[in-house]
Design a protein around this ligand. Structure first.
Ligand code: ADP
Length: 498
């Protein structure tokens, strides 16, 4: 059986900590190394000072040698001897430093050269006793040994400079190499942690943020972590519950609109029923007296009024029924007229509701759902009017091109290059504040008091319009009033509902 080795989130976070401990150890290592290197270089600089001093002393020896040969002054002789002694003392004290830069043999030579040099110089100091050719010969020997001493001094000084340079180069390479290693370890730990922990958490965060925008999307499990899997399950369970609750609230919203519809329907049914009743009364009174044509007319009227009552009842039943999206060709003026007729019960006496829909403006739509959307919008207009004002519904057919620029922002799925109907519902109520405007289609967003609004009305309208491949926009005049524009494609027969 294939077994996945799963480690817990806690283990991974612990792993992250270990990673950072390792990093801290690396950084401490780097600091220690840098400190040691600095100490080493410091030591080398010290010994370098002595070596430079030695080289300078050899140069002084040569300078006084030259002066002594030129002017034969005793002071120059003693200066020279003093420098020879200084060079010897430097060699004696720091022999090891010198030997590390050249060979032991060279240092022994240097020592014997210094001793010889001094002896020859002493001989030269007796110049009064020497013949000119002897003096010349002695001068040449002293110069040769002096040159050899200076050359060796210079060689040692150069080696020392070279070694210092090498130490610096090595320290620099090591330092940058170490830094690169730390960076690599950091990137590796960061990427591993991000892959294992942060990315799935960030994915969850995005989905949870989406929730506040009304998107009830389930999370995909794309992690092996126990904790993330169980959080994802819990989250998806919550989404399912939310979906169920939202459906319940949507249903109760619908029931609420049905309640308002009922008073309109009762009013509507009243007419055919009273017509039927009066026709029946006349028939009863005239039974046996009236001629057969009149009686037939009365019966036809009863039949027609019964049909009318049946249509009204069917519309109400249609509205109440939960069923799949079903589109058919609808005359928009008739649909709006029927909605207005049904909603008469909810219109207060000081509110005028007018409409201006061109005749025979046909669209393909789900009659019941569109009616529900209109009712929700009407209800909001009435709430905004507070018992007094005007509502006007109008529509026009348009052809949308890709270059069309809208003054208002449409939400939904509008496409270009299609024939559409713009259905406008306008009121002169309170209007919508600028900070409220961007949020009004969010589910559960309401500015109404608790119990007055569920915040689902416009969200349902938005969904219904999207199901029709349409879109909706809202604008609010600064002096008050709001206008909702529903844009619906004239034909959606080739398109599938959502
Ligand atoms: P509800 O009506 O339950 O508050 P809706 O989703 O229908 O929920 O509306 C959301 C909010 O949009 C309302 O609370 C209101 O503030 C604002 N609104 C909607 N229609 C209008 C309108 N015609 N005039 C003023 N404000 C409106």
């Amino acid at each position: 059986m294939h077994m996945k080795i799963q480690s817990s989130l806690r283990q991974k976070i612990t792993f992250g900590y270990y990673g950072y401990y390792a990093m801290a150890a690396l950084i401490i290592g780097l600091s220690l190394f840098t400190f040691m290197e600095l100490r080493l270089i410091e030591g080398k600089i010290h010994s370098g000072t002595r070596i430079t001093e030695f080289f300078d002393v050899t140069l002084e020896i040569r300078r006084f040698e030259k002066n002594y040969f030129l002017y034969r002054q005793l002071a120059d002789y003693w200066e020279n001897v003093g420098y020879i002694e200084k060079a010897q003392s430097l060699l004696d004290k720091h022999g090891n430093d010198f030997e590390s830069l050249t060979s032991h043999k060279n240092i022994t030579n240097l020592r014997s050269n210094l001793v010889n040099y001094r002896l020859l110089l002493e001989q030269y100091s007796q110049h009064a006793l020497l013949s000119p050719p002897q003096l010349e010969q002695l001068e040449a020997r002293i110069r040769n040994i002096g040159r050899a001493i200076t050359i060796e001094g210079e060689h040692i000084a150069n080696s020392e400079r070279l070694m210092l340079q090498k130490s610096l180069d090595r320290a620099r390479t090591f330092f940058f190499g170490y830094l690169a290693l730390i960076a690599l370890v950091m990137i590796a730990i960061g990427m591993t942690l991000s892959k294992m922990v942060v990315r799935p958490l960030r994915h969850m965060e995005t989905c949870i943020n989406g929730l506040t925008g009304g998107r009830l999307e389930k999370l995909k499990i794309d992690s092996n972590e126990h904790e993330i899997i169980s959080i994802t399950h819990a989250f998806n369970h919550m989404i399912e519950e939310l979906e169920k609750r939202q459906q319940c609230i949507t249903r109760s919203e619908k029931l609420a609109s049905m309640g308002t519809l009922l008073s309109g329907v009762a009013h509507e049914l009243n007419n055919p029923i009273s017509n039927i009743s009066s026709s029946c009364q006349i028939l009863q009174e005239e039974l046996g007296h009236a001629d057969i044509v009149f009686q037939k007319e009365m019966l036809e009227q009863i039949d027609n009024q019964t049909d009318r009552a049946r249509i009204i009842v069917r519309s109400l039943l249609d509205f109440a029924r939960d069923r799949e999206f079903k589109h058919s060709d609808i005359a928009l003026d008739k649909l709006v007229a029927e909605t207005i007729r049904f909603s008469k019960g909810m219109i207060p006496p000081n509110v005028t509701l007018t409409s201006d829909i061109p005749e025979n403006l046909m669209i393909t739509a789900d009659c019941q759902r569109l009616q529900q959307a209109l009712l929700n919008l009407l209800q909001n207009c009435l709430d905004a009017l507070g018992g007094k004002g005007k509502i006007h519904i109008m529509a026009e057919k348009r052809f949308i091109t890709a270059n069309d620029k809208n003054d208002i922002t449409f939400h939904g799925r509008c496409e270009a290059h299609i024939e559409v109907v713009d259905l406008e519902i306008r009121d002169n109520g309170t209007g919508i504040a600028d900070d409220v405007l961007p949020r009004i289609f969010d589910p559960f967003f309401t500015t109404k008091d608790v119990g007055q609004g569920s915040g689902l009305g416009l969200s349902i309208v938005h969904d219904i319009i999207e199901q029709h491949h349409g879109c909706i926009a809202v604008s609010s005049a600064s002096g008050g009033g709001a206008t909702f524009t529903i844009r619906l494609p004239v034909q959606i027969s080739t398109l599938q509902p959502n």
